[in-house]
Design a protein around this ligand. Structure first.
Ligand code: PXL
Length: 276
């Protein structure tokens, strides 16, 4: 078993099956020690609940990072998800990235948008800030909407391979080294992931569930990080994460009133087995 440590910085949405409450169990189920840095504590996520509470923890980040530095704590990977401000992005660059081991990787999920729209908390200025993180991304995992905002490409519901390659190339220009774009479907009833790694574009296609669930991006990225840190390559990790996310969406459909997240928990054992 690997003795690896991943650090993930995202919010804690206490209820909502997203961000840290997804990343911690999924990456752990892959057999990887998962250290967390909560960027904020919210009562729920922001997509569909009203009057949620939010305690910002930005001012804790430098104190926590300093303690880790003093303790010589280092990480094999830094995985960022939903972040709340330009200041948090600064801290990722200046305080957390230096805690990576020499060959440690920065994996950026620019969690900020879906279905052609930014999440309620974000604006164009934040998109500009997120571009700074793409610059330092060894791997980035946007959905199509996020890739469009980051590259300044008009969002389209229907597109071809050239359009997706254009998004990937735009992310490479921003500085990303490897790219996985999620939710890429060229045919009716099908979706998949487009991968760029080592000069090669590839694509994995699978069944598309008619109705998606909130939080699939976080499930996907967390499974990707877990699989990747267990030694799978970018493409294989992208496939493992896609199959897992699809399984989770299918399972969640058994609970039609469960609207706010993905019921991934009963499938964690299967993911752990697959990664072995
Ligand atoms: O990555 C999804 C997510 C995470 N955290 C918070 C959110 C969302 C999506 O809306 O609101 C707080």
């Amino acid at each position: 078993m690997d003795d690896k440590k991943v650090l993930t910085i995202q919010d804690i949405s206490c209820v909502g099956q997203c961000s840290l409450t997804v990343a911690l169990p999924i990456i752990s189920a892959c057999g990887i020690e998962t250290c967390i840095l909560p960027s904020a504590v919210l009562s729920t996520h922001t997509a569909g609940f009203k009057n949620f509470t939010c305690a910002d923890l930005t001012s804790e980040i430098p104190k926590i990072a300093r303690h880790w530095k003093d303790e010589n704590i280092t990480f094999d990977a830094l995985y960022t998800g939903y972040l709340g401000s330009a200041e948090q992005i600064d801290y990722v660059e200046k305080l957390l990235r230096p805690l990576l081991k020499e060959d440690g990787l920065t994996i950026i999920d620019p969690a900020m948008a879906d279905n052609g729209k930014l999440y309620p908390a974000f604006d164009d200025k934040f998109v500009g800030e997120m571009k700074r993180l793409i610059k330092i991304a060894d791997i980035t995992l946007p959905n199509i909407t996020e890739a469009c905002f980051l590259t300044g490409t008009p969002y389209r519901e229907e597109y071809d391979e050239e359009y997706i390659k254009g998004l990937i190339d735009g992310l490479l220009v921003l500085g990303a080294k490897k790219v996985v774009i999620t939710g890429v479907g060229y045919k009716k009833g099908r979706t998949g992931v487009a991968v760029y790694d080592g000069g090669k574009y590839s694509y994995y296609e699978h069944e598309k569930m008619e109705k998606g669930c909130h939080g699939t991006g976080d499930v996907y990225s967390s499974a990707f990080v877990g699989a990747f840190e267990r030694g799978n390559g970018v493409y294989n990790s992208a496939v493992i994460a896609a199959d897992f996310t699809l399984d989770c969406i299918k399972y969640t459909k058994n609970f039609p009133t469960h609207w706010y997240g993905v019921k991934f928990e009963p499938l964690l054992n299967k993911l752990g087995e697959k990664i072995k």
